[in-house]
Ligand binder design. Sequence first.
Ligand SMILES: NC(=O)c1ccc[n+]([C@@H]2O[C@H](COP(=O)([O-])OP(=O)(O)OC[C@H]3O[C@@H](n4cnc5c(N)ncnc54)[C@H](OP(=O)(O)O)[C@@H]3O)[C@@H](O)[C@H]2O)c1
Length: 307
Amino acid sequence: MFEKYILLCLASLRMHTFHVIYEVANFLVLHHAAMKYYPARQRLTLPLQPGKSGKPVVLNAKASLSEYCEKGSGSLTVVFKDLGPQVYYSTLFFWEYLGPLIIYPMFYYLPVYKYFGYEGERVIHPVQTYAMYYWCFHYFKRIMETFFVHRFSHATSPLSNVFRNCAYYWTFGAYIAYYCNHPLYTPVSELQMKIGFGFGILCQIANFYCHILLRNLRSPSGSGGYQIPRGFLFNIVTCANYTTEIYQWLGFNIATQTVAGYVFLVVAASIMTNWALGKHRRLKKLFDGKDGRPKYPRRWVILPPFL
Ligand SMILES: NC(=O)c1ccc[n+]([C@@H]2O[C@H](COP(=O)([O-])OP(=O)(O)OC[C@H]3O[C@@H](n4cnc5c(N)ncnc54)[C@H](OP(=O)(O)O)[C@@H]3O)[C@@H](O)[C@H]2O)c1
């Protein structure tokens, strides 16, 4: 049986048969009766020194084996971890966005409220129609961006993330759709609706432009690592794509005004803030101004003028 954590001593193997870490990963697939442990499923790290804590060094698949070899010994010990079944990032994003794209119009078009005990004729307000188009445009845009705009650095993600992320997006989609399309829904004033949707659409366009700027930081193969994002709102804020994402949901909520929509806004904003703090920290560390590396410019993290 292949255990979850396995210590492999490659000292006994002829080092010259391997040149890069990726070849070691392939070797593990072929020689351990474990075809299911394809390279994307493997995490190879250097062993932690006895008595030391912290995160182990993850081996770069494209790096040369000699970079990690123990000095003078010509041998290398690596720790294998099975990351579990993997899916492409595009597959993960597709399934998580498809749910809200289908669920929301179901509440708009189908007589679902009959099953919740509302027998009367349902009057659909213009704001409910615009909200449905706005919502569908947003998730359709995200799916298109997934396939045609983003250049991901990691090819795959654990399969379990599909279930976790779908639960998040599909549940919130149903929760918001239920209240926005409800027969007892009370619309806001026409002016408020126009301000909300107008502002939201502008933010969606800005969000799309931010994604184009991020895309241009990498080559089509996704290589190029992390660069300093520049231009447009990135000159002010590190995660301008999250800033515009949060504001476009604010626009939707100004126009539709439901508790469910604001709950989603708060949850999504806190998740993105957490990620933005990590991305800001990573860029500051990568671009520290030492040894010829550029210094990361002074910027807000996600929501100027607060953070
Ligand atoms: N409503 C919500 O709950 C919610 C939550 C999250 C996201 N979103 C939306 O989905 C969009 C995508 O989310 P995400 O978390 O994937 O965004 P992200 O990590 O900021 O980046 C989008 C793409 O740009 C790349 N990238 C980011 N910073 C880079 C840099 N400094 N240098 C080079 N490439 C860089 C990323 O590469 P990597 O593959 O290396 O990360 C990824 O491929 C967001 O912008 C937002 O509009 C919504």
